[in-house]
Design a protein around this ligand. Structure first.
Ligand SMILES: Cc1cc2nc3c(=O)[nH]c(=O)nc-3n(C[C@H](O)[C@H](O)[C@H](O)COP(=O)(O)OP(=O)(O)OC[C@H]3O[C@@H](n4cnc5c(N)ncnc54)[C@H](O)[C@@H]3O)c2cc1C
Length: 382
C-alpha cells in the first residue's frame, strides 16, 4: 500500500477505540499507509476476546472462550500469515447424550452412535423426512429446529442446550438462531465447514501483538474512553474508529442492547496429557454448564498437565452474544441510524466490529469487514 501522507500534507491522525481484531487490523493497515494511529483499550491486554495466555500451570488457555479460526478466504489467511505461523485446526466436538459422546454436527456418525446401528445417507434422509414437522414459515428457534431436524434430535441435542445458552425458551428466540444448524450426509466429523481451519502456532495474543508492532501505531491499555471523551477527540484527529458497544456511544438513549454472557471455571489436571477425547464436549441436557473445552487438543502444546474449562451461560458479565430477540433487533436499527450519521461528519466515526455493530461476527468475518473499512478510510484521504 502506498503512503497517504507526504511533505505537503500533514500526517493523518486516527484514533481507534478498542484493540480487538477489528481495531488492530484497521490500525495496522492505516499505520502501514503512513497514518499516525493511536489505539486505546480499556482492558489490560490487547486482542479483544481472542486473548489467550498461559494459566498458572503454564497451559495456554483462551480467556474468553475457545476461538477456532476458520475462513473461506485465502486472501485473509495470506494477510494474517504475515503475523503468525499456523498449525492445523483440530476442531472436533462431541455432545454428551445419555452418557454417550456423539459427534457434532449431526452426521451419519452421529446417527450411528445415537441409534446403535450404521446409518446410510438414504436412511438419514428418510429419517428426517419422517421426523420433520411442517411450518409454513418458522416463527421462532423451536419451530425452525422442528422443521429442520424433527422432534427427536431437537429434544436430544438442541432444546436444553439452546435454553441454557440463551436463558430463554427457544420459542422466544428468533428462528435465525438455529437456522444454520448444519446436517451432514456423510461421515465427516469435523466441527466446521470452512476450507481453511487453523490455529496460530503461538496463539492469538502473539498474532495480534505482531500485528500491533508498527512504528506508526501506539497502544494505551487500561484506558476506557466514554462518549463525551470520544467526541472531544474529534478536535485532535482526522477520523475515529469505534469498536465498543453501540448503545454506550449514544448514552443508551433508546435502552440497553442485551447480551448473553459466560462464566468460565478452570480445572487443572496435573500430570495428565488429556482428560477428554477432543477439544469440546457439549452438554445438551444435564449440568448447568453448556460445554467443556480442553484447548490443548488444538494448541498441541507440549507440556505435562492439562486444563479443562467449564462454560456457564450468565445474564450478567462481559457482553458476548447479542440477544437475538425482536426488541433488541429493533433497538439496534435505531442506534445504527445514529451511527451511520456519525460517519458523515467532518471527522467521521466508523462503527466496526461485534459490539459496535451489535452483530455476532466470527473472527474472519470481523477481519474482512475491518479491512474493508480501513480501505474506505484511506480512500477518503487520497
Ligand atoms: C465465547 C466466544 C467464543 C467465540 N469463538 C469464536 C470462534 O471459535 N471462532 C471465531 O472465528 N470467532 C469466535 N468468536 C468471535 C470473536 O471473539 C469475535 O469475532 C472478535 O473478537 C470480534 O472482534 P472485535 O474487535 O469486533 O471485538 P472484541 O474482540 O470484543 O474487541 C473489542 C475491544 O474493544 C475494547 N473496548 C470496548 N469499548 C471500549 C472503550 N469504550 N474504551 C476502550 N476500549 C474499549 C474491549 O475491551 C475489547 O478489547 C467468539 C466470541 C465469543 C464471545
Amino acid at each position: 500500500m502506498t503512503g497517504i501522507s507526504d511533505s505537503r500534507s500533514p500526517r493523518k491522525k486516527l484514533l481507534i477505540v478498542g484493540s480487538g481484531p477489528a481495531g488492530l487490523s484497521i490500525g495496522r493497515l492505516c499505520a502501514e499507509a503512513g497514518c499516525d494511529v493511536r489505539i486505546v483499550e480499556q482492558r489490560d491486554h490487547i486482542a479483544g476476546n481472542c486473548y489467550d495466555e498461559p494459566d498458572e500451570h503454564g497451559v495456554l488457555v483462551h480467556r474468553y472462550g475457545p476461538h477456532y479460526f476458520r475462513t473461506w478466504s485465502k486472501d485473509l489467511l495470506d494477510w494474517l500469515s504475515r503475523f503468525t505461523e499456523w498449525i492445523p485446526g483440530r476442531y472436533y466436538v462431541r455432545a454428551c447424550v445419555n452418557g454417550e459422546l456423539v459427534p457434532m454436527p449431526v452426521s451419519l456418525s452421529t446417527m450411528t452412535a445415537l441409534k446403535g446401528r450404521a446409518f446410510s445417507e438414504s436412511e438419514f434422509r428418510e429419517y428426517l423426512a419422517q421426523q420433520r414437522e411442517v411450518f409454513e414459515s418458522p416463527q421462532n428457534a423451536e419451530e425452525q429446529c422442528l422443521a429442520h431436524v424433527g422432534r427427536e434430535l431437537y429434544e436430544l441435542l438442541f432444546r436444553n442446550y439452546t435454553t441454557k445458552q440463551w436463558g430463554i425458551s427457544p420459542r422466544e428466540l428468533a428462528a435465525s438462531v438455529t437456522a444454520r444448524i448444519p446436517l451432514r450426509f456423510d461421515w465427516d466429523e469435523r466441527y466446521l465447514n470452512e476450507e481453511y481451519q487453523v490455529m496460530p502456532k503461538r496463539g492469538y495474543t502473539a498474532l495480534y501483538s505482531n500485528m500491533a508492532d508498527h512504528p506508526n501505531l501506539r497502544i494505551e491499555t487500561k484506558v476506557a474512553l466514554d462518549e463525551a471523551q470520544i467526541r472531544a477527540e474529534r478536535k485532535h484527529v482526522d477520523a475515529i474508529v469505534y469498536t465498543g458497544p453501540l448503545d454506550a456511544m449514544f448514552g443508551c438513549r433508546f435502552g440497553a442492547l442485551g447480551y448473553r454472557s459466560l462464566r468460565f471455571e478452570y480445572e487443572h489436571h496435573a500430570g495428565m496429557q488429556f482428560v477428554q477425547p477432543c477439544v469440546q464436549i457439549n452438554y445438551p441436557n444435564e449440568h448447568a454448564y453448556t460445554r467443556t473445552v480442553e484447548i490443548k487438543h488444538v494448541t498441541q502444546q507440549q507440556i505435562p498437565g492439562t486444563t479443562l474449562c467449564f462454560e456457564y451461560p450468565e445474564e450478567e458479565g462481559d457482553p458476548f452474544y447479542p440477544l437475538l430477540i425482536n426488541e433488541h433487533r429493533e433497538r439496534r436499527e435505531r442506534y445504527k441510524a445514529l451511527a451511520d450519521a456519525e460517519r458523515e461528519q467532518d471527522c467521521p466515526i466508523y462503527f466496526v466490529g461485534r459490539l459496535a455493530e451489535y452483530k455476532y461476527y466470527n473472527m474472519d468475518q470481523v477481519l474482512l469487514r475491518a479491512i474493508d473499512v480501513a480501505h474506505e478510510i484511506l480512500q477518503g484521504w487520497r
